[in-house]
Design a protein around this ligand. Structure first.
Ligand SMILES: Nc1ncnc2c1ncn2[C@@H]1O[C@H](COP(=O)(O)OP(=O)(O)OP(=O)(O)O)[C@@H](O)[C@H]1O
Ligand SMILES: [Mg+2]
Length: 283
């Protein structure tokens, strides 16, 4: 099923997820519309990555509903989810590159999995995507040979490999210098404002957030504590929001020490052994 302009691309309704006794997502509802750039903010450990993992279907909720492109995904199996995943890209917080593959092979993974492109065509797309993230010519390097910020950009190139209509980015600019942050932000703006892509971006970087957002939400304790346009958020009188966007140490936000590392959720097996000349290249 396809969505029309005024129908949400994503509908999250009463989402609830517990780990042990703790509700990390606490009856959260959210709609995301085509062409929006929704920035999700909130303190470390408040559930931003967990929310994204539920939306992309790698985690199942305790209860609640998630629809993407009008289809309920919470009860889908892996095979059904594959069809939906073809239409969106995901940049994981950790980058989630496969260490045994080259940069080029990592970017090629979604193309090998979801398209019937020839190896030459795949190589061309990989080149193009690496170029737009400022990594032209890095195809043959291994993840261990590039910097953290470069890994992040390779992850972004991979997320964009299929020209997705929907992009999820978890901290796309963390570890990037201010110039590269501006480059990635401009890329997001190009893809959203000029080409109609919808973006859901988790970020702690307030400069970047205010540069790209059309709408912002702030999460706290697994719920939405504020939402609005960038101007509304800037002028919002909620002290938690003000503390967060102004980066103040003292305020109502409790010190929260919980943080979880990202897991790749990408199975190395079938993709690595798939056809294509990328498989046997050495860096
Ligand atoms: N698989 C899991 N098992 C148990 N607890 C988990 C799991 N995944 C996440 N959590 C917990 O859920 C909470 C939210 O984690 P999450 O990674 O979503 O935070 P976050 O808002 O993305 O934080 P950060 O800004 O540091 O990335 C944390 O307390 C974390 O420990
Ligand atoms: Mg996170």
């Amino acid at each position: 099923m396809n969505t029309t302009a005024d129908q949400p691309v994503i509908e999250v309704a009463d989402l609830y997820r517990t780990f042990g006794k703790r509700a990390v997502i606490n009856h959260l509802s959210l709609e995301i519309y085509r062409g929006e750039t929704l920035v999700i903010m909130g303190g470390s450990g408040c559930g931003k990555s967990t929310l994204l993992r539920h939306i992309i279907g790698v985690m199942k909720p305790t209860s609640g509903s998630i629809k993407i492109f009008g289809e309920e995904t919470t009860a889908m199996n892996e095979r059904e989810l594959t069809g939906i995943r073809r239409r969106f890209g995901m940049l994981f917080q950790s980058g989630a590159l496969l260490a045994s593959l080259t940069v080029g092979e990592n970017v090629a993974l979604p193309l090998i999995e979801h398209t019937k492109l020839t190896p030459d065509e795949i190589e061309q797309v990989v080149k193009d995507k690496l170029e737009i993230v400022g990594l032209k010519g890095f195809e043959r390097m291994k993840p261990a040979e590039i910097s953290g910020g470069m890994k992040k950009r390779v992850g972004l190139a991979r997320a964009l490999a299929l020209d997705p209509e929907l992009l999820f980015s978890d901290e796309p600019t963390s570890g990037l210098d201010p110039i590269m942050t501006a480059v990635v932000d401009r890329l997001t703006l190009d893809l959203t404002r000029k080409r109609g892509m919808t973006a859901v971006v988790v970020t702690h970087d307030m400069t970047s957030a205010f540069r790209i957002a059309t709408r912002m939400i702030m999460l706290g304790r697994g719920s939405i504590i504020a939402q609005g346009t960038p101007d509304e958020i800037r002028n919002c009188d909620n002290p938690e929001v003000q503390q967060f966007i102004n980066g103040e140490a003292d305020g109502p936000v409790p010190l929260n020490i919980s943080q979880d590392e990202d897991h790749p959720h990408i199975a190395p097996r079938p993709l690595v052994t798939a056809r294509g000349r990328f498989h046997n290249k050495t860096p």
